[in-house]
Design a protein around this ligand. Structure first.
Ligand code: C2E
Ligand code: MG
Ligand code: MG
Ligand code: MG
Length: 287
């Protein structure tokens, strides 16, 4: 009857709220657990770096490598950065983790340089939280001094999220970084807060076209035109263009004919450990 179905609906609603509360509680507990695991991970050095090569389209030579963090957790197994970087940002731990990444990447790169002495670029991702940290420039100087890396071979990858607030402060900071002779790359370009007027004011050396545009290259006319526009925009700003996430030869051909400078993607190589980087350098001529 109508009465019992109403009763059932109420009962169901109550149960749903119970489920919802249980889910929320579980999610919160999981997050707290991961937070404590993340702090331990930092203390116990459970992180390591992989490097994904970037190639120059003009002669297929190696442009350099992007350092990408990995977390080998005894509790969770291997955790992708997508699943812990934002938590590290929320807790502020990204400042310490980011410093570890920068130091480790520069150390490992320096060892490769001593062995191979090649004209390569090391790209390191930095979070907006790190850049807004008052000590950031000091941290970079410290890493440069400790590792003896040539600053002109170091490139910091930043994202547009940096410019959401306090544009002037951010530009000042970036100019300070630039004065150390380090390159600045704008990562995931096209996905964030993009205003063309702010681009002109940024000391950008490299523009990375986000994978989402590259994904669409094979079949969508609009994306093809947009990628072409991004490439000319970048060249007008005197920036190198790196396309990321290239998985097939259709995308590659398109990027080559449209004067994209550099390419990075699974079609050429996945992120790899230092041993494999050494092998790759051994087997390729220098540019
Ligand atoms: P990102 O900086 O845009 O790095 C490129 C990501 O795309 C990497 O994922 C790389 O493995 C992946 N990728 C490259 N080529 C291809 C392809 O052809 N196909 C597919 N499917 N994927 C491709 P990863 O290593 O999982 O990193 C994800 C994101 O995590 C990075 O995106 C970056 O935003 C962040 N991240 C990684 N390492 C660090 C770090 O040391 N510090 C900070 N702050 N963020 C980091
Ligand atoms: Mg990046
Ligand atoms: Mg990117
Ligand atoms: Mg990306």
């Amino acid at each position: 009857s109508a009465d019992t179905s109403m009763y059932k609906a109420k009962e169901l609603g109550r149960n749903n709220i119970q489920f919802f509360k249980k889910d929320m509680k579980e999610a919160i507990l999981n997050k707290i657990e991961m937070e404590s695991q993340l702090f331990k991970a930092y203390e116990n050095e459970e992180f390591f770096l992989e490097y994904q090569p970037q190639f120059n389209t003009i002669d297929d030579s190696i442009r350099g490598f992007e350092a990408l963090i990995r977390w080998n957790s005894p509790h969770y197994g291997c955790v992708a950065p997508m699943n812990f970087i934002s938590l590290a940002e929320e807790t502020g731990l990204i400042i310490n983790i980011g410093e570890w990444v920068l130091l480790t990447a520069c150390r490992e790169f320096n060892e490769l340089q001593q062995r191979f002495n090649r004209n390569l670029c090391l790209s390191v991702n930095v979070s907006a939280i790190q850049i807004r940290d008052k000590n950031f420039v000091g941290i970079i100087k410290n890493v440069l001094a400790k590792t003896n890396i040539n600053p002109q071979q170091l490139e910091l990858e930043i994202t547009e999220s940096l410019f959401i607030d306090n544009m002037d402060e951010t530009i000042k900071m970036l100019n300070e970084i630039k004065s150390l002779d380090i390159r600045i790359s704008l990562d995931d370009f096209g996905t964030g807060f993009s205003s063309l007027s702010y681009l002109r004011r940024l000391p950008i050396d490299t523009l990375k076209i986000d994978k989402s545009f590259i994904d669409d290259l094979s079949d969508k006319d609009v994306s093809i035109r947009i990628v072409g526009d991004i490439i000319s925009l970048g060249h007008n700003l005197d920036a190198d263009i790196v396309a990321e996430g290239i998985e097939n030869s259709t995308q590659l051909e398109y990027l080559k004919t449209n004067n994209c400078d550099c390419i990075q993607g699974f079609l050429f190589a996945k992120p790899m450990g230092v041993k494999d980087v050494e092998k790759l350098l051994q087997n390729t001529p220098s540019n």
